[in-house]
Design a protein around this ligand. Structure first.
Ligand code: PBG
Ligand code: ZN
Length: 332
């Protein structure tokens, strides 16, 4: 018997990589369509359809084209959507009243989707003020300061409006302190005890949101979001934010963005028992699309690798603009 040596190793991890069937058998992470959420930008104009220049393959759509797109996605097994609403012309104001108007784009789209697809489709709505305020901030702005407590009742009312329209879950993305508790109390107060809260618990002030702000017309008119969104340098703080939202009654927690924050995702996974979501944001999508369009990277392989990394780091659920193409194209 020869001694194990570098030339003749005793341990051979490569044995488990011999062929596709064996690799599948022992793979530690799996992706499937039931874990993906497809985001949609909803126009107030029912028939509207406008491509988003910085997000190839993504369009803002009114309810009619939205119903068609969601119907086609359902056929491929993509069953969850996240809706962002655009304000009607001339409706933005200082306190974002469009965000809690029952005749706004989101409540109408929610009602139409639920009427058409019922329990086959899970409808989640983004709750924030930035697409409805004339200053573009996610809360009430007074003397250049985004006011926390003044924003809470406005956000809570928006959540109630979405829930009353039929949303299965509401997803607050504003980053005000205490908003999960405020939403839960307001929902319960109206008897909406079954409406879930998917909290953007750990949301960083990120350069990766650029294409989204074009798509949703929600960029801040002045300043930035650093007084409410998290500092990229902080990871312990992510655990604190996650635990606070869990204590306030969140049903699912989210880390956002995903790829530059996989360490954070992993840390949050270790401190909570709630389901955990990762948001593969607009800038991450745009970067993959841009490189793929130039032929510099192989898009299906890249998307599979990125989504797998999120799942491996601890995401149970992934929100991604790639969802439609990934599922329809068999990229997973
Ligand atoms: C609104 C909101 C943003 C995103 C989700 N909800 C933008 C922001 O906070 O400026 C970003 C999503 C993406 O980039 O895909 N509060
Ligand atoms: Zn916002």
């Amino acid at each position: 018997m020869s001694e194990p040596s570098p030339a003749h190793p005793a341990s051979r991890p490569r044995r488990l990589r011999r062929g596709r069937v064996l690799r599948e058998l022992v793979s530690e992470t799996r992706l499937d369509a039931s874990r993906l959420i497809m985001p949609h930008f909803v126009l107030p104009d029912e028939r509207g359809e406008e491509p988003v220049a910085s997000m190839p393959g993504i369009a803002r759509t009114g309810t009619e084209p939205l119903l068609r797109a969601v119907g086609a996605d359902l056929e491929h097994g993509l069953r969850s959507v996240l809706l962002f609403g655009l304000a009607r012309d001339g409706r933005k104001d200082a306190r974002g009243s469009e965000a809690r108007d029952p005749s706004g784009a989101v409540p109408r789209a929610v009602a139409a989707l639920k009427r058409e697809f019922g329990a086959d489709l899970l409808v989640i709505t983004d709750v924030c003020l930035c697409a409805a305020t004339d200053h573009g901030h996610c809360g009430v702005l007074e003397e250049g300061v985004v006011r926390n407590d003044e924003s809470l009742p406005l956000l809570a009312e928006a959540a109630v409006v979405h829930a009353e329209a039929g949303a299965d879950m509401v997803a607050p993305s504003d980053m005000m302190d205490g908003r999960v508790g405020a939403l839960r109390t307001a929902l319960d107060g109206r008897g909406l005890v079954e409406t879930g809260i998917l909290s953007y618990a750990v949301k960083y002030a990120s350069a990766y949101y650029g294409p989204f702000r074009d798509a949703a017309n929600s960029a801040p008119g002045s300043g930035d979001r650093k007084s409410y969104q998290m500092d990229t340098r902080n990871a312990r703080e992510a655990e604190r934010e996650a635990l606070l939202d869990e204590a306030e009654g969140a049903d699912v927690l989210m880390v956002k963005p995903a790829l530059a924050y996989l360490d954070v995702l992993h840390r949050v996974r270790e401190v909570t028992r709630l389901p955990l979501a990762a948001y593969n944001v607009s800038g991450e999508y745009a970067a993959v699309k841009a490189a793929s369009e130039r032929g510099w990277l192989d898009e299906p392989a890249l998307v599979r690798e990125n989504l797998t990394a999120m799942a491996r780091a601890g995401a149970d659920v992934i929100l991604t603009y790639h969802a439609r193409e990934a599922v329809a194209g068999g990229w997973l």
